[in-house]
Ligand binder design. Structure first.
Ligand code: HEM
Length: 738
């Protein structure tokens, strides 16, 4: 029952507990600028000098694999292994670690081992995976800084698969651990576990969510809201797996391949026997949760999902048992001991097919979950399942590749993957870009090309905007996009509204002509179009600074390649479309990809984009101010160009914005426009959007803007703008920095 509490010790009254009142409680609409400043150096015990990638390269990789393999069958009394083998549980652990990835915003995934922290460590779907992670502690301890938790969890999944007989496709290391939960991920609107308020209309799942209920990785194993309906389950599976960028074939392979192993756990009712999840558990449980009071509370008495049983007769072997059972029997609904809906064969002669996980005498019927039956009850999944059933080698190959994609999808291009087991083959989902096939241009050539670009007839705004469009497709969440590859000239990017397709086509034609002409005059060296686009922007920024009396050099490092259309997964790139770009004052209200105004105020869309570009609040601020000063807006609009010297890189945007002689009001032209006029004369002077005014209205952003608008601020502004610009232009240069 509830314990008596000292009234002064309620968590919401203590500044040291998360429940303390924060500004967010008072002003919930304020921008969450904290999402730009997560993982501060002060929070990281490894310090800023630590470079995980080189530490990983010193790892004795084979020794780690041997240690993991030995652990698989080294059953511990405090959490005995089913069938004497931890492999299946570790596969579920790796899958749940990676499976939070969603392609819409690139967030989630196993890249930072967030399974260790709330909320994921305490999601009902992750019940008892705390034990799996804890079992690995001795190995993590042994290899310390050379092996991140992120890499260890995924590698353990691979070793488990291999030990049970699957040939995996590969493993790449390089997942850098963080030391606090990520604070930028929308996991859904509900405030209770397994709550379900994310659907509207004809079962349309809210963007960018990748699961059907709060606290699940994907779908409810018992069918939508426990309905026990396999066909309806298939629909949910298709939607959620496609949000993880998996097609039907990959989806069927993953579910069937995963459930070739292990069992589900529901020895008794969770509600009656299981205590709190790790994050809410009492101190003395030392971070472990789901304390189970049923009998021994472990082994044969384990309660995780509340479902009970195994899919195949050999739960620790890679074989075709899953499809064999699925196709061989008629399945009828039954209840687990915990009361959950699951399926067993109508044929009673198979009641002894499956061994018990702990008792050598006991036998059981195989089971299927409602979500498993989806793989034969859905008309599109059925032929895929048949093919896998008939061709086990094809099934194994498809599963191995899908597993590799699942566990590496959020790590970006192949160049970022480390270790001896990175596959040679570069996959389409890794967004391949060919390496330059000729020597790169040097300082002298760069200087000449810059002059040519400035003299090619394109305006500074066109050069800056084009480089920005190319580079700002980047998102740090899953390290996709960016200027490398010159995908700006390919579908789908060339047709995005944010990219002003007609204008872009004209500009690219000129840039390609400059590039071709320039390369023709070079002796062996070559410059790519991607480099040309970026250099054009850099040269224009320098020119804009010069025009304002600031002499600066914008760093440029050649080495980008030009990808082909075949190397570009159009469907998957479509997710990178900027449906708004506050940096260029682009807000397609009513016409965005997800319709309408996305339900977000424009300044929050700017913030989200700044986060995707790995920017800090000061960097976001200088970039907006600089792009406006140059006049590099979408469609050449005057919105937010708060300067009398457009085209000059100076701090005019900030001095205007903070001018006490101006007064602002909402415009009648559009709900998102604001007009600034002189207090003295009432004359209308400026037109701007919420994305501009937020730098004067938000107290934190105003404080930053003041830095750039006051004494010494212009030099500081130009310097910071060039640095932030350079950062954006090189976000995807993993050859320069991992
Ligand atoms: C176990 C559901 C997809 C691998 C389970 C359990 C449930 C479940 C309810 C039992 C947990 C417990 O009580 O211990 C689902 C659903 C899926 C799905 C609804 C998608 C429709 C996958 C995928 C994989 C996977 C894609 C891996 C590729 C496993 C494994 C186990 C398991 C290996 C056994 C764990 C053990 O023996 O301890 N799954 N799963 N599952 N799942 Fe899945």
């Amino acid at each position: 029952g509830p314990k008596a509490q000292c009234p002064f010790m309620k968590p919401q009254h203590r500044h040291t507990a998360q429940g303390a009142l924060s500004n967010g409680d008072w002003w919930p609409e304020q921008l969450n600028l904290r999402m730009l400043h997560q993982h501060a150096p002060a929070a990281d015990p490894m310090g800023t000098d630590f470079d995980y990638r080189s530490a990983f390269m010193e790892l004795d990789f084979q020794a780690v694999k041997r240690d993991i393999q030995a652990l698989l069958t080294d059953s511990q009394d405090w959490w005995p292994a089913d069938y004497g083998h931890y492999g299946p549980m570790f596969i579920r652990m790796a899958w749940h670690s990676a499976g939070t990835y969603r392609v819409q915003d690139g967030r989630g995934g196993g890249g930072h081992s967030m399974l260790r922290f709330a909320p994921l460590n305490s999601w009902p779907d992750n019940a008892n995976l705390d034990k799996a992670v804890r079992l690995l502690w001795p190995i993590k301890q042994k290899y310390g800084a050379n092996l991140s938790w992120g890499d260890l969890l995924i590698l353990t999944g691979n070793v488990a698969l291999e030990d049970m007989g699957l040939q995996t496709f590969g493993f790449g290391g390089g997942r850098v651990d963080l030391y606090e939960p990520e604070g930028d991920i929308n996991w859904g609107p509900e405030t209770d576990w397994l709550g379900d308020e994310r659907y509207t209309g004809d079962r349309e799942l809210q963007n960018p969510l990748g699961a059907v209920q709060m606290g699940l990785i994907y779908v409810n194993p018992e069918g939508p809201n426990g309905s026990g309906d396999p066909v309806a389950s298939a629909r949910d599976i298709r939607e959620t797996f496609s949000r993880m960028a998996m097609n039907d074939e990959e989806t069927v392979a993953l579910i069937a391949g995963g459930h070739t192993f292990g069992k589900v756990h529901g020895a008794a009712s969770p509600a009656e026997n299981v205590e709190r999840e790790p994050e809410g558990a009492p101190l003395e449980q030392m971070g472990l949760g789901w304390k189970n009071n049923f009998e021994s509370g472990k082994g044969e008495h384990t309660i995780s999902s509340g479902l009970e049983g195994a899919w195949t007769a050999k739960p620790t072997e890679w074989d075709n048992g899953y499809f064999e059972n699925l196709f061989k029997y008629e399945w009828k609904q039954t209840k687990s001991p915990a009361g959950a809906t699951q399926w067993i064969p109508t044929d009673e002669s198979v009641a002894n097919l499956v061994p018990d996980a702990h008792d050598p005498v006991k036998r059981h019927a195989p089971i299927m979950l409602t979500s498993d039956l989806a793989l034969i009850k859905d008309e599109k999944y059925l032929p895929i399942s048949k093919r896998f059933h008939d061709d086990p080698a094809y099934f194994a190959e498809t599963f191995a590749r899908a597993w590799y994609k699942l566990t590496h999808r959020d790590m970006g291009p192949k160049i970022r993957l480390l270790g001896p087991e990175v596959p040679e083959e570069e996959l389409l989902w890794q967004d391949p870009v060919p390496a330059p096939d000729a020597p790169l241009i040097g300082e002298a050539e760069i200087a000449t090309l810059k002059e040519k670009l400035l003299g090619c007839g394109l305006s500074l705004q066109q050069l800056v905007s084009t480089a920005w469009k190319a580079a700002a497709t980047f998102r740090g969440t899953d390290l996709r996009g960016g200027a490398d590859g010159a995908r700006l000239r390919l579908a789908p990017q060339k047709d995005w509204d944010a990219h002003e397709p007609e204008e872009l086509a004209k500009v690219l034609e000129v840039l390609e002509a400059v590039q071709t002409d320039f390369n023709a005059g070079l002796d062996g060296m070559k410059v790519s179009l991607a480099d040309t686009i970026v250099l054009g922007g850099c040269a224009a920024v320098e020119a804009a600074a010069r025009a304002a009396g600031s002499d600066v050099t914008v760093p440029f490092t050649p080495g980008r390649g030009d990808a082909s259309q075949e190397q570009t997964d159009v469907e998957s790139f479509a997710w990178l479309e900027p449906t708004a770009d506050g940096f260029r004052n682009y807000m397609p209200f009513g016409g965005g990809r997800d319709g309408g105004d996305h339900g977000f105020p424009p300044q929050e869309l700017l913030l989200d984009r700044a986060h995707a570009l790995n920017l800090s609040a000061p960097e976001m601020t200088v970039l907006v101010g600089g792009m406006r000063a140059i006049g590099a807006t979408h469609g050449g609009s005057k919105l937010g160009v708060l300067t009398n010297t457009p085209g000059q890189l100076n701090n005019a945007f900030f001095t205007t914005l903070l001018d006490n002689d101006l007064t602002w009001k909402k415009s009648e032209r559009c709900a998102h426009f604001y007009e600034g006029s002189s207090r003295a004369t009432g004359d209308a002077k400026w037109i701007a959007t919420a994305v501009d005014l937020v730098f004067g209205s938000n107290s934190q952003l105003r404080a930053i803007s003041e830095v750039y608008a006051s004494k010494g601020g212009n030099d500081r502004f130009v310097d910071h703008f060039v640095k932030a610009w350079t950062k954006v232009m090189t976000l995807d240069r993993f050859d320069l920095h991992a």
